[in-house]
Design a protein around this ligand. Sequence first.
Ligand code: IYR
Length: 223
Amino acid sequence: MPDFPFVPLKFTHRSAAEVEQAARTFYAAMDTRRSVRDFSSEPVPRSVIESLVLTAGSAPSGAHKQPWHFVAVSDPATKREVRIAAEAEEKENYERRFPDQWKDDLAPLGTDWHKEFIEIVPWLIVVFRKEYGLEEGRPEKIKHYYVSESVGIASGFLIAAIHRAGLVTLTHTPSPMGFLGRILGRPKNERPYLLLPVGYPAPGAKIPDLARKPVSEVLTFIE
Ligand code: IYR
């Protein structure tokens, strides 16, 4: 046994039938999740954001380094600053940087450079990846492992938690998003990863009519 402490796993053994049922129920709940671009300004308590981020932070990570940081913004002036900077980048993307192929692929989503939702929504959660760790008053960098994978998984947990709480979000990646580190005053070891507006949908919100791939297309069994 290793020298570090180990504790017993807390685990409830479920029967095959119970596992079957639980897997189906969770799928049914998750399958109703949709990305939303049309938000209401209805407030969401800060305590909810804290619970959502606790769920995100329960994700596995390389060598348990937890290489993430979350910034939750409700301050109107900061949201405004983020919106102005995001729209400036997106305007450049849509008008000059995106190749035609990319714009064609986005057409079914009905997106453009306008991002009013950044100001309307009660909360923005900005996910940062920590390229390496830094400790108060120490110059050395703490090595982090599999940062993309770890932060991607944590973001997946966060999106699932937002959905299960009864709220909606959008995986928004204004690009390039260096402005988020500057506006939010993050240290040099952090890089912005995702911007998640979190709230309720606007009454009558519409979403694109998209279908998910059938399981036969995304799953291969070798038995
Ligand atoms: N970030 C831009 C463009 C965009 C890119 C992809 I890939 C999408 O799936 C959706 C949007 C925007 O938010 O408009």
